[in-house]
Structures are given as C-alpha cells and as structure tokens.
Design a protein around this ligand. Structure first.
Ligand SMILES: NC(=O)N[C@@H](CC(=O)O)C(=O)O
Ligand SMILES: [Zn+2]
Ligand SMILES: [Zn+2]
Length: 429
C-alpha cells in the first residue's frame, strides 16, 4: 500500500509505503504495479497518537466504559495506542488482577499497554512478573478508587520498579495540604448546578508541587524513572523538570479553567482539579515552549447519572481520549501551537519516554500507526458525536480537527464513519 501526497508535520509532502503493517519507505515513491494507493491530497499525516493515561474501566465498571468502546473512541480521535490505569475492579495490583485485565483488553481495536498499581494489598512479585507498561498511576492522594498510598510504600514501590527498569507514573497531590474548609457549607445543587470551583479551592494548587517534589526525591533516591501524570500547575511542571522527571498535561488543564466551573458543575470535577485562568495560560505556554513533554488525557469516563449528583457525591474525572488531538490541532490552526509540537507531545515523546521504538514516528521501520487530518475541516465538538460510553464531553462547543481516517499497523480502524475490525495488541507482550 502507498499513501501518496501526505503533508507531514514538518511541512514536507511525501509518499509513505506500508507493507505488513510497517512503514517501509518515506519519500518520493513511484507506484509499484498493482499497488493500492490512498491519495492523501496533501492533508496532514500524523503518527497515531499514544495516550499514556486512560481509564477504560474494565474489568469492574463496564457501565462507564469498556475496552471496546474506549478503544473505538480513541481510534475516532486519532489515538492508536493507550496505557490503561490500575483503578479497576479487581485493581491491577497483582498478577491475577493484571491477567483479568489483559483478557478483557483483547477486545480493543487499537494497541495498548497495561499499568500495574500500588496499594497496601499489592503483590509486587506476581505483578512484576507480568509485562507492565509502567508502574502507576501511583496515587499519592486518594482519587477515584481510593488507592492513595503512604510515603514508605511509595519508596518501596519505586525501589522495586527501579530494579526491573519499569517507569513509575505518579498522581502527585499532597492531601495534607488540601483545604477542607472549602467544601463545607452550601455547594449548590446537583450536576451542572453544583459549585465545582469549591473542588479547586479544596484540592489546592500548592498540594501539587509539594507532592511532585516528594516524587522526584524518591525517584532520585531509588533510581526509578519518574513521570508525573496530569500536572495541572506551572509550579508542578517546574518541580518535575528541576528534579529530572518527565511530565504530562491533560487537555482539560490546557483548555479549561476555574472560569468554566460555573457552567460545568460536577462535570468539571476531576483530580487534580481545574486551576485559575492564569495557571491554565502558564501551562499552555510550557507546552508550547517544550517544558511539558507529553499531552495525555486521563480519560476518566463516568455516566451522567453519576455526575448528576451533589459536588461531594459525584465522582471525579472527565472523558477526553477522542478530543485530545482534535483540540490540539484546533489550537495549531489558530496559530497557538506548531504542528511539530503537536506531533511530538502526542506521539514521539511518549514513545521515547516509555520506550516504544516501533511507535510514534513516520519513518522506515516503524509501525504504520497513522491518522490523516484535513486542517480546513475543523468542526464543533459535540458529545452526541463521540464514541465513549459515557456520552458527554467537557469540551461541548469547542472546535476540533478530527481524523479523516486512522490506521493501526496498516489496517484502517476508523474511516470517518465506521470502525474496522482490528485486533489491538499489547505493546509490551
Ligand atoms: N482524574 C480523575 O479525576 N479521576 C480518575 C482517577 C485519577 O486519574 O486520578 C478516575 O479514574 O476517575
Ligand atoms: Zn490521577
Ligand atoms: Zn488517571
């Protein structure tokens, strides 16, 4: 197969030849006799995105999402590899828990990795016996699933991970710095009517940098490779970089702020929470200038019934896997971000940090994980059009550029209307 006239993020217009799921040549390629050609018509060809932080909820919470629905949502957003987090039921904290998830993950239509998690009841021996994508997200404070752990266990876990060379991803918030007084009194009604700004006041910005500092210290003492998940404050990003850790930011911390809490209500409750508009802008700058390594979604779907509760009863988390690349390309069209930067933060950098040499690049020898985008075809994001089981998005009404098609190892998994029958593979197996 040959993809002709594709514009790459660096502006080059090239042809790409794919054989047996791999890219075998990139350049000015003459058609071979009988070769099937897809004309890219000078549209933008990006490597399939790697979202290193999703919660596909299975096993245990299939009413929120499944590997089938989550992976389809990813494919329709140009994401061809995901890493799933351990707060499922059973938790992915033992070999058995890992196996239960691995069996379900076989229904994914894109490639994936499975993380191992840490709790008091974990079993590191059997867990590290499995092909982990990473150890994490290690919860330094409680979030959905209440898997927060103490300092000693975190150090032990980092030492174990360092021994076997598995990277550690960290949910960095320090609960001792939360402001309980912010969630006392009148927190409004349910769902959209709740006062989710109180959640931001409660899980204060200062709690992030303090936890990041602790995480990088443990990383340096143990020799573990530390990656900070969903950083939400410039202070957190700076602490990660100064300590030698890599970090990611979510689309919601790039495109939403406390100014949106009034409209979103509990649909804007997540951990870490939305920050001030000033901090959001500082995060965007750090993404554009290279201080943030990765954009990952923390895709954390919950049903509308669950969200339509009071601020304290509604669960934390928002979906995002399908809208990540579309929103970033929307920002690129507006001139806020270069296309090369988008390519790097969703594909090349996660591939480097998490050691996926086959992924994240359009070059000879790489897997043919590809997505094509027409930058003139930006459209309004609508929850009704998306494919996550949860059926809503915090980005309703935003503008995004969605893929015309998406390929996993040379097979079309999304053609803009329908899903192909692709069998996703574990990238570590
Ligand atoms: N981010 C969230 O608010 N929620 C996540 C858990 C997490 O990543 O902390 C979830 O699983 O729902
Ligand atoms: Zn988290
Ligand atoms: Zn998460």
């Amino acid at each position: 197969m040959r993809i002709s006239n594709a514009t790459l993020a660096d502006g080059r217009v090239v042809d790409v030849r794919v054989e047996d799921g791999e890219i075998v040549a990139v350049g000015d390629l003459d058609p071979v006799d009988g070769e099937w050609t897809i004309d890219a018509d000078e549209n933008l060809l990006l490597p399939g995105a790697i979202d290193v932080h999703v919660h596909f909820r299975e096993p245990g919470f299939e009413h929120k999402e499944t590997w089938e629905t989550g992976s389809r949502s990813a494919a329709a957003g140009g994401v061809t590899t995901v890493a799933d987090q351990p707060n499922t039921d059973p938790t992915t904290t033992t070999g058995e828990g890992f196996d239960a998830k691995a069996e379900r993950a076989e229904s994914a239509c894109i490639d994936y990795g499975i993380n191992g998690g840490v709790t008091d009841g974990w079993d590191p021996d059997s867990l590290f016996d499995r092909p982990l994508f990473a150890l994490g997200e290690v919860f330094l404070a409680d979030s959905t699933g209440d898997m927060g752990i103490g300092a000693d266990l975190f150090s032990t876990a980092a030492e174990r991970a360092a021994e076997v060379g598995v990277p550690v991803t960290v949910h960095a918030e320090d609960a001792t710095l939360f402001d309980e007084s912010a969630i006392e009194g009148d927190l409004g009604g349910a769902g959209r009517d709740a006062d989710s700004d109180a959640w931001s006041a409660y899980r204060r910005a200062e709690a992030e940098a303090a936890a990041v500092e602790r995480a990088v210290r443990v990383g340096n003492e143990s020799g573990a490779q530390i990656h900070i998940a969903h950083t939400s404050t410039p202070e957190g990003v700076d602490a990660a970089r100064e300590g030698g850790a890599t970090c990611e930011v979510t689309p919601h911390h790039l495109f939403l702020s406390r100014d949106d809490c009034d409209e979103l209500g509990t649909y804007g409750r997540m951990n870490p929470p939305l920050r001030s508009e000033e901090r959001r802008e500082a995060m965007f700058e750090r993404l554009a200038d290279g201080h943030i390594d990765v954009v990952a979604t923390d895709h954390a779907p919950h049903t509308t019934d669950e969200k339509d509760q009071s601020l304290l009863d509604a669960p934390s988390g928002v979906p995002g896997v399908e809208t990540m690349v579309p929103l970033l390309l929307g920002a690129a069209v507006e001139g806020d971000l270069s296309l090369e930067r988008v390519r790097d933060v969703v594909a090349a950098n996660p591939a480097d940090i998490f050691d996926l040499p086959q992924k994240g690049r359009i070059e000879e020898g790489a897997d043919a994980d590809l997505a094509l985008y027409d930058l003139d075809a930006a459209r309004e994001i609508r929850g009704d059009d998306l494919h996550s089981k949860c059926g809503w998005t915090p980005f309703e009404g935003f503008t995004g550029v969605f893929p015309e098609w998406t390929m996993v190892r040379g097979e079309t998994v999304w053609d803009g209307e329908e899903f192909g029958d692709v069998a996703g593979e574990n990238v570590r197996a």
